[in-house]
Ligand binder design. Structure first.
Ligand SMILES: NC(=O)c1ccc[n+]([C@@H]2O[C@H](COP(=O)([O-])OP(=O)(O)OC[C@H]3O[C@@H](n4cnc5c(N)ncnc54)[C@H](O)[C@@H]3O)[C@@H](O)[C@H]2O)c1
Length: 259
């Protein structure tokens, strides 16, 4: 079977771990050349090493415009074009609207929302120059429904959906598609940290496995997600198979937000 991303060049932020690493590996397996970007140098270099010659790595703090501009420039220098941007980097933290500080709010908005705009800002001109492209923004079910203890995270992820629709509307005529992925729980270091924090705040001794079973039971499909569930959706949105899908916020949640 032909590779689904043959000839395409992709940037994936947050590629040093979890969903970003799994997606970088899948995109490369489907023929893409991939710029793997992350704030943790050792992790993102390991992702590129696992992939091999089709990947390059860059240390990038997605909150810094100069880093994003360099990431895009390095991609163009190495691979000569840009077709796909997967703005996936993010952080998670439990808090509440009363106790949260302005520093917590500002950091969350910077990493999980402003970075998505910055990535598009520097990627779009090159995608347009190349005849078009696909932007995939990482949102969350927290961008679709209210979830207790995630006020700043929910605000950022809802903002990502708004920005996704705006980019789809404005740049569709230039053959740019822009879609958001809205996952529920997928086991990654980000989720483990939030679950551990929740248990601490609640004075609970529940293990991660016990919390996972509780969360899984809330989903109609009675399981949480996998890295492959998310990477496969990102692959579809990156590929020409989704050529007429733009401005969508796709739930990836085993039916959770349908209930
Ligand atoms: N895992 C889930 O259940 C879930 C659900 C919904 C949405 N998401 C979103 O998926 C994305 C990926 O998360 P994950 O679950 O794979 O977590 P993860 O912690 O495994 O990966 C996140 C990556 O982002 C990187 N990162 C963090 N801050 C950065 C910065 N300032 N600059 C560059 N890179 C930075 C981290 O170093 C890490 O490698 C995030 O946007 C997250 O909000 C995850």
């Amino acid at each position: 079977m032909a590779h689904r991303l043959a000839g395409k060049v992709a940037i994936i932020t947050g590629a040093g771990s979890g969903i970003g690493r799994a997606s970088a590996q899948l995109f490369a397996a489907e023929g893409a050349q991939v710029m793997c970007a992350d704030i943790v140098t050792a992790h993102v270099e390991e992702t590129a090493r696992l992939i091999g010659a089709q990947a390059i790595a860059a240390t990038v703090d997605v909150t810094r415009p100069a880093d994003i501009e360099r990431m895009v420039a390095q991609t163009l220098a190495a691979f000569g074009r840009l077709d796909v941007l997967y703005a996936n980097a993010g952080i998670g933290e439990a808090s509440n609207a009363i106790d949260m500080t302005i520093e917590q709010w500002d950091r969350m908005i910077a990493v999980n929302l402003t970075s998505v705009w910055l990535s598009a800002k520097y990627a779009l001109p090159h995608m347009i120059a190349g005849g078009g492209g696909s932007i995939i923004n990482q949102s969350s079910t927290a961008g679709l429904i209210g979830i207790p203890d995630l006020p700043h995270y929910s605000a950022a992820k809802t903002g990502v959906i708004g920005l996704t629709r705006q980019i789809a509307a404005e740049y569709g005529p230039r053959n740019i598609r822009c879609n958001a992925i809205c996952p529920s729980s997928i086991p990654t270091p980000l989720v483990s940290r939030v679950w551990e924090q929740r248990a601490r705040d609640a004075g609970s001794t529940a293990s991660l496995a016990e919390q996972q079973a509780t969360v899984a039971a809330r989903h109609p499909m009675r399981r949480i997600g996998t890295l492959s569930d998310c990477a496969n959706l990102a692959l579809f949105l990156a590929s020409d198979e989704s050529a007429w899908i733009s401005g969508a916020a796709v739930p990836l949640d085993g039916g959770l937000t349908a209930t």
